[in-house]
Design a protein around this ligand. Sequence first.
Ligand SMILES: [Zn+2]
Length: 158
Amino acid sequence: MAQGKHARRERVVCDKHLDAEAIGGVLGRIGRSAQDFKPSRPYRGEFSHDEDFSDVLQLAWEYEVVLVTADSKMIEKALRFEKQMPRAESCLRGVLVVPRDKSEQLKSLHRFASGEIVAVASRKGDAVPKSLYDVEDYNVALDLRRESPLVVHLCECD
Ligand SMILES: [Zn+2]
């Protein structure tokens, strides 16, 4: 059956300090907070002292869904996370960076879900994600604090 590409996902993973229920509500999914849900498989990379790797990214990787965070350093961490995994299973499913303020967070996610935030390809001819599913299928990061976020490709697999 459909795995990875075009698989339909019903959850979204939220960073520890975010309101997962409210974010899930805006995105039409079940929000899972990395505060309350732990990965079932241990993180095996070299940054195990950092919960962003061992808890947050590991959970998003395990669920194979997008990660919503207000921590802009998470994009860099997602790139490092994948580099340390075996290539065949390294793929995350995208990262969305939102503002720190809760009502601004929900607003920016709503605007993205409504197609009001238009991402910009970082390289000419690259596909631009237009939905949450695209973010997951293309495994890209977007900084939704910007009007026209640059698409950051996270995949290390190809
Ligand atoms: Zn990949």
